[in-house]
Ligand binder design. Structure first.
Ligand SMILES: [Zn+2]
Length: 99
């Protein structure tokens, strides 16, 4: 059974890579304190919330705290997306979202 699991995982590594890309979003966030560029990856299903309120600017929303590994600066990232996960508006405290 364990061997089967391993085969599944290996298969997933090769065949599932495009699927994974579809489920993930990647951002580059620059730390304002040490200027380090941190790449963060989020799962659409896990990190991104659906917006139900009409007065909000997007269909999906991401709120994330990132701790810079170099200087422990806490960066707060907030992004609103449209239905196709394009960024509508973003806010970044203590950092800068790079496009
Ligand atoms: Zn930093």
């Amino acid at each position: 059974m364990i061997i089967l699991k391993i085969i599944e995982i290996i298969k997933g590594l090769f065949s599932g890579s495009t699927d994974d890309k579809d489920k993930m979003l990647a951002f580059k966030v620059k730390c304002n304190k040490c200027k380090n560029i941190n790449e963060i990856k989020v799962l659409k299903t896990y990190d991104i919330a659906t917006v139900y309120e009409d007065d909000q600017p997007g269909n999906y929303m991401l709120k994330k705290y990132i701790v810079c590994p170099d200087c422990y600066n806490k960066i707060h990232l907030e992004i609103f997306f449209d239905k196709s996960y394009q960024i509508i508006t973003s806010e970044c405290d203590n950092g800068e979202l790079l496009k």
